[in-house]
Design a protein. Structure first.
Length: 258
């Protein structure tokens, strides 16, 4: 048999190796960096675009409660609802009660609320026959507007900017105080450590008691807010009601923490 020449074997081996490499390269998938980047971009989720309005509530939006304005017939306190710096709603959360004050409040407050929204300021006309209520309303309204303006300048929003707005307003009901003519029970609203509203949810009724209650309770409510404590004067002619009121008021204050 004829022997193969060594050089020929080397050539054949080299040719076989080259053929194998070529075959392997033809089978390997393309790894073009540009193609890979394009493929990755196609599979990545799109980035959400930032909202033009942003996530924060617009400044000057929310509710704001003015300081209570004391009048001869009781406290007046106004709460505003604001949207983008404009008054969208006005309401009196406190207004004179009892006797003819009920009629005057029912007559004047809706008109004052409407006037506040229309004027967008505290420069509104007083309601005829309700001068004291109108004056107190405008004072509290101006206080609320001042607070809304201050909050907007600081980028505030949404939170009630009432008196003592650093703390949320809390409503506390005192225990029932029994008197010779019936039970007396007081509920107070406290904000920022101050009484912003006081009301008797129970008081003597019937006969002359109804008259004494109508006479004394509005005054006692006003005194409680003004004094910020139960150290208030009794109303002449309604000693028992006054004593019961102060006892229940002190109970409410104790529950509120002072």
């Amino acid at each position: 048999m004829r022997k193969s020449h060594p050089v020929r074997r080397v050539v054949l081996a080299t040719a076989a190796t080259v053929s194998g490499v070529v075959l392997l390269l033809s089978l390997k998938p393309s790894s073009d960096p540009a193609s890979a980047a394009a493929g990755g971009a196609a599979t990545q989720p799109p980035v959400a675009q930032e909202s033009a309005q942003g996530g924060a509530q617009a400044a000057g939006t929310g509710t704001v409660t003015g300081d209570a304005a004391q009048t001869q017939y009781g406290a007046v306190q106004v709460r505003l609802t604001m949207a983008n710096g404009k008054i969208t709603k006005a309401e009196a959360v406190q207004a004179p009660k009892g006797g003819t004050s009920d009629q005057k409040t029912a007559l004047s407050v809706p008109k004052l609320n409407q006037a506040a929204v229309t004027a967008q300021s505290a420069d509104i006309d007083s309601v005829s026959g309700a001068t004291y209520t109108s004056t107190g309303y405008k004072q509290s309204l101006q206080s609320a507007l001042d607070k809304a303006k201050a909050a907007a300048s600081q980028g505030g929003s949404g939170q009630d900017q009432g008196a003592g707005s650093a703390q949320a307003a809390t409503t506390v009901t005192g225990s029932v105080a029994q008197t010779q003519y019936g039970p007396v029970q007081v509920r107070i609203t406290v904000a920022g450590g101050k009484i912003t509203k006081a009301e008797a949810i129970q008081a003597p009724e019937g006969g002359t008691s109804a008259q004494k209650t109508a006479l004394s309770v509005p005054k006692l409510n006003q005194e409680a807010v003004a004094a910020g404590s139960a150290d208030i004067d009794s109303v002449s002619g309604a000693t028992y009601t006054s004593t019961g009121y102060k006892e229940s008021l002190q109970s409410a204050l104790d529950q509120a923490g002072g």
